[in-house]
Each structure stands twice: as structure tokens, then as C-alpha cells.
Design a protein around this ligand. Sequence first.
Ligand code: IMP
Ligand code: MG
Length: 176
Amino acid sequence: MPGPRPGQALVAEKEIVARVGELGREIARDYAATNLVLVGVLQGAIPFVADLMRAMALDLTIDFLRTSSYGSGTTSSGTVKLVTDLSVDIAGRDVLIVDDIVDTGHTLAALRRTLEARGPRSVRTCVLLDKTGRREADVTVDYVGFTIPNVFVVGYGLDYDGLYRNLPYVATLDGI
Ligand code: IMP
Ligand code: MG
């Protein structure tokens, strides 16, 4: 039996390009004359970080970390493990955590706590997509691309069982 496949586009490529450009300009204004480190959450944040950083006319550093994932399922466990750590020291620096989506909020809440313990000057968060209806953890998301309903999505970094991250748009998943 064939597995689930990407269905209808929920956020079109054109909308993503426009919104990421806006976000980049807004963030660049907010972080003028700071010492910014963009921290991407692997692997989902790869396209977003790549596009966002090029929309920011600013001197900045990028780095990545990896957290334990959902595995092949589509629901969060609430336990978040840091599997691969940063390679830069963030003490005294302005950190912006960039992820593809905030769902329950456990990932961003845990990452924020972990990184705040390292003495950065500031820690903020930025996501392309926000499923507000699913929040369990109390976490502030400072920059949001799009608020979406409670549906499982793939594309532009988001996967189902490791697939569909390379789609240039965000789609719902059919047959799930
Ligand atoms: P949270 O900890 O529940 O906020 O989940 C955050 C992580 O879950 C994201 O970084 C994604 O990797 C994954 N995730 C949440 N919702 C979706 C979805 O609709 N599609 C694909 N991955 C998702
Ligand atoms: Mg993720």
C-alpha cells in the first residue's frame, strides 16, 4: 500500500518567498549593531535558514543543532534531547533560534532553556509556521511566518518519515 503523499499546497512558494523576505528585513532592523548567531534546528530549518539569512543585510554567524525527532510518527513526545550541539560559543551573543514549525512548543521551550544557560546576551525564536492550536509548553515565539491550522504539513524543510523536505512550498499530507 502506498504511504501518505503531499496534497494541496497550504502555503504557496510565492507566499513563502515574500514572507521570508519581510521577516529577514524585520529581523535585520531589530538586530542592527548586535552580534547575531542564527541557530538553525536540523534538519527542518535548512531551507528557512538559507533563505532567511540571505534576506538579512547584516553581519551574522550561522550554526546548527539537532534535537531528537518524532521518528516516523506525527505526534510529539514532550521529551526533547539535544543530539548534535552547536560548534560556536554563544556567551555574550544575541541568539535567534530558527525552526520550521512550532507545534506543542516543547522543542523551542527546551532549546531556549538550554541556550539561555550558556550566558548569551539574548535569546529569541523564529519559526516559519505556528500551529497555535496545539501549544502545550509556555514559550514565546518572537517571529512567525504564518499561523496554520492543526494539520500535519510537509515541504520547505518539513518531513514525513524523512521525505518531502525538498518541496519548495508547504503542503498538507494526503492519506495519513
Ligand atoms: P514541537 O516540539 O511539538 O513544537 O514540535 C516541533 C517539531 O516537530 C518541529 O521542529 C518539526 O520537526 C516537528 N513537527 C511539528 N509539526 C509538524 C508537521 O506538521 N509536519 C512535520 N513536522 C512537524
Ligand atoms: Mg524540527
